[in-house]
Design a protein around this ligand. Structure first.
Ligand code: ZN
Length: 400
C-alpha cells in the first residue's frame, strides 16, 4: 500500500473508529469521541462533528486516538478488525511504534479466539521486522510456522530474515519447508544457498568442504551454473585442470548466456593442458551465437603459441563481428608503430578505446534491469536469485 492510499484510508478508518468507540460507550475518549450530536444520546450514528473530530484525531493526534481505542473494555470481531486495520495502517505509514502498541495490546487480550490471536501475532511479527527487532520477529514467525498458521507468509519472512543475516543453513531449512507447504519450486534458490556456503568455505580456505557444498548445490538443482563455475575454480586452484575443464564445459549445457564466464578459466586450463584444439572443437559443436568471441579468442591464443601476432586476425574478426571482448584483445595485441608521432596517436586511441570498453555494460539483471559491473548471484536491487546474466557483448551503434 502506498502512502497516498494509506492517507486516503485514514478518513473512513477514523469514522469507523469513532463510530465503534462511541457505540461501545468508551469513557474518556476525548472531546471528538464523546460528542453528543443533535440527534441525542440514543442515536448510534456519529454526528458530522464527531466524525470530523475522530478523523482529525487519527490524522493529527494518533496517540490520543490510539489511547481511546486501547481503552475499549470489551472486544468483539469489529473491534479486533479495527485494531488490525489501524495497526497495519500505522506500520505502512512507517509509524512502527504505534503499530506495535496496537498489536501488542491485541495479543495481550485473553478473550481473543486462537485464530484471532495468531493473526495479531503475525501482524506483530511484521512490526518487529519493520522495527529491526529481528530476533523477536523470527521467534514469532517460527512459532506460527510450526503451528501451521499463516505458514506460507511466516516461512517467506523467515527465508528473507535468514538471507539478510546470511544464515544460509537456516535459509535452506526454511526454503525446504516453504517448498513443501506452498508447492513452489525453490530448488534453484536452495542451490544458491549451498553455493553461498561453498563460497564461505572457500574464503575460509577449506577447499574440500567448498567442493562438497558446490556439488550438493548441483544435487539440489542440476541447472545451477554457479556451482559448476565454483567447482571449476576450486579444481583449477587445486591443480586438477582436467577436472576443472570438465566442470566448466557443463556451463553451456546449463545456460548459454553464461559462456563469457567460462572463457578465461577454460582458455587457461586448456592452454596449460595443451588442449586448445579440443576447446575449439567443443565451441564449434556448441554452434551458438554467444561463442563467436570465445572461438576467436581461442584461435588467437593458438596463433600466439605458434609465434604469430594475432593482431591482424583479431582485427579481421572484430570487423566481421564487432564485440567488446574482441576489441579488448585487439587493443592488447596491437604493437606500437616505430614512428614516434604515430605511436603517440595510437596510444591515445588505444587508451580512449580501453576506457570505453571498461565502461560498457557487462552484466544485466533480467528481472529489474540493473546493470552492475560484477556478476551478482543475488541481485542487489530487486533481490532476485540468479537473474543477473552477462550482457550482450555486441557493439551497438550510437543512436542519435
Ligand atoms: Zn534485479
Amino acid at each position: 500500500m502506498s502512502d497516498s492510499v494509506a492517507a486516503w484510508l485514514i478518513l473512513p478508518l477514523g469514522i469507523a473508529l469513532g463510530w465503534y468507540i462511541r457505540g461501545r460507550g468508551a469513557e474518556g475518549a476525548g472531546s471528538g469521541f464523546g460528542a453528543t450530536g443533535p440527534s441525542g444520546m440514543g442515536d448510534d450514528r456519529p454526528t458530522a462533528e464527531a466524525m470530523a473530530g475522530i478523523s482529525n484525531l487519527v490524522v493529527d493526534d494518533p496517540d490520543q486516538a490510539l489511547a481511546a481505542l486501547l481503552r475499549v473494555g470489551e472486544f468483539d470481531s469489529q473491534a479486533i478488525e479495527l485494531h488490525l486495520t489501524l495497526g497495519a495502517l500505522f506500520r505502512k505509514r512507517g509509524e512502527v511504534d504505534r503499530a506495535l502498541r496496537v498489536h501488542e495490546a491485541l495479543v495481550e487480550r485473553a478473550q481473543l479466539r486462537p485464530d484471532q490471536a495468531d493473526r495479531a501475532r503475525y501482524e506483530l511479527a511484521l512490526d518487529y521486522l519493520k522495527a529491526g527487532m529481528i530476533d523477536r520477529a523470527e521467534q514469532l514467525f517460527e512459532a506460527l510456522s510450526q503451528r501451521g498458521l499463516h505458514v506460507t507468509s511466516a516461512l517467506e519472512s523467515l527465508v528473507s530474515i535468514h538471507e539478510q543475516s546470511h544464515e544460509w543453513r537456516r535459509a535452506i531449512d526454511a526454503s525446504r519447508r516453504l517448498q513443501a507447504v506452498a508447492a513452489l519450486p525453490r530448488q534453484a534458490i536452495t542451490a544458491q544457498y549451498y553455493c553461498e556456503l561453498a563460497d564461505e568455505a572457500r574464503r575460509a580456505k577449506n577447499s574440500e568442504e567448498a567442493l562438497r557444498l558446490a556439488r550438493r548445490a548441483l544435487d539440489e538443482d542440476g541447472g545451477c551454473v554457479r556451482a559448476n563455475l565454483l567447482i571449476g575454480a576450486l579444481l583449477e586452484a587445486a591443480g586438477d585442470r582436467v577436472g576443472a575443464i570438465k566442470a566448466l564445459r557443463r556451463v553451456p549445457e546449463q545456460d548459454l548466456r553464461y559462456i563469457p564466464e567460462i572463457v578465461e578459466p577454460l582458455l587457461r586450463c586448456s592452454e596449460a593442458e595443451h588442449q586448445l584444439p579440443e576447446f575449439l572443437e567443443f565451441l564449434q559443436e556448441l554452434d551458438a551465437e554467444d561463442t563467436v568471441s570465445v572461438s576467436v579468442l581461442a584461435q588467437a591464443r593458438l596463433l600466439k603459441e605458434t609465434g604469430t601476432n594475432p593482431a591482424r586476425f583479431l582485427a579481421e574478426s572484430f570487423a566481421a563481428n564487432p564485440r567488446w571482448a574482441l576489441l579488448e584483445q585487439l587493443l592488447q595485441a596491437i604493437e606500437p608503430p616505430q614512428d614516434e608521432s604515430m605511436a603517440l596517436a595510437m596510444n591515445t586511441l588505444r587508451e580512449a578505446l580501453r576506457i570505453a570498453a571498461a565502461s560498457r555494460t557487462r552484466y544485466r539483471c533480467t528481472s529489474c534491469g540493473l546493470a552492475p559491473g560484477l556478476l551478482f548471484w543475488h541481485c542487489p536491487s530487486c533481490k532476485t536469485w540468479g537473474s543477473v546474466v552477462p550482457a550482450d557483448d555486441r557493439l551497438t551503434p550510437v543512436k542519435i
